[in-house]
Design a binder for this molecule. Sequence first.
Ligand SMILES: [Cu+2]
Length: 482
Amino acid sequence: MPMNTLSRPLSRRHLLLAGSGLVAASLLLPRGLSLAHAAAPESSHKLTAGPSQARLAGAEHPETPVWAYNGTVPGPEIRVRQGDRLRIAVTNTLDQETTVHWHGIRTPNAMDGVPHLTQKPIAPGETFLYEFDAVDAGTFWYHPHHHSTEQVGRGLYGPLIVEEREPIQADRDVTWVLDDWRLLKDASISNDFGNFMDLSHGGRVGNTVTINGKVLDQVPVRAGERVRLRLINAANGRLFGLRFQGLRPMVIAMDGHPVEPHEPDDGRVVIAPAQRTDLVIDMTGEPGSRTTVVDDFYPNLAYRLVDLAYADALPLRDRPLEADLRLPDNPVAEPDLPNAVRHEVVLGGGMMGMMAGAMMDGTMTDMRTMMRHGMAWAINGTVAHGHVMDPIFTLERGRTCVIAVANDTAWHHPMHLHGHTFRVLSRNGQPTRFREWQDTVLLAPKERVEIAFVADNPGDWMFHCHILEHQAGGMLSTLRVA
Ligand SMILES: [Cu+2]
């Protein structure tokens, strides 16, 4: 006899839900079947993309004309609690079309902000309402997915923080959005976006690095305090390798998702374009002292990013807090590896690569001709033009997929998958230590990486390099979940 679900004995899961109410219940429902419309607290926001001015480089330099959300770089920090329903009205006052992509958030496909693939771009003067549930807690960000090299490069981005229902203990929760800019002598932005040099090499790397839209000399800290520092790399092409001299930062989340708390390899926090890293740092220095944060990702180009300047006040505590650093898991489906379908993705092209040619607009095209058309990269032998294309493969909904990605180029590529969060299983055949959840995985030159995820979010999803010039130069693809 069929049983009414309400008459079933309560499972542990139901008991857990009973304690946390309907909001939590909506988190565990299959995607697309959300009760949250009725139950979740709503969080409404307005973003207006348009021209503005920002004092990026300090008082001794003129203001820089930028494109910004609500007039500021970065745009406003949107901060909600896990399970909230976000309603964000985006108005376009630029003189070109735009969209907004909610990077790392597992939204329904129609809310993913990919022009022509998931929505009609927002025309100048128009408003589009994005609406989705914040299913996962963590550090995310938002940015256009249309003409990204220029729109992101001129300052259109902002942080989106989803707080855990039970956050870890810290004295302060601080966000640093990192970016770099190519500024001319008058502090205006060099308008050589998408030039072929950047596009075929490492992307657009600037000459001015900002934290939250400003070149900073120092940030104030207090001896003895515990800071949760959320790093977001919003740069087009620059990778960061941060050393917090004299301190021992602990990585607690990658791309927003919890990871076994650990010290970064070699004490250096590497963060590629679009990636996020949450750190916990105990400020163990003396009152009145300073310590330096150095970025030495490019070894010959190491520089001082900023100083941490301790207040003269007595230490907040004698020794570091003993509170647990582990964040609660997000409701991401665990990959079923024994029954996974496997696919291979090969990244090719770029300068100093071996690629002879690739399929471009349906025709086999040699590298020289590709370059004449301003294209330089391929995924599985195909150069992508725009966002609408045949998927490189189709996944059955609910099935686990393992993708073996091989970087056949001489360059770094942070590869971003939309709509899903994956585990990074291995690098060059060696299992990863933390099987970290990510939405953007960095591949070093010639590196091979395996990722795994449950294809539980239906739609056509981008899988692309987040060095925005590589994306513009052809390094993007889609995969379909049907
Ligand atoms: Cu790339």
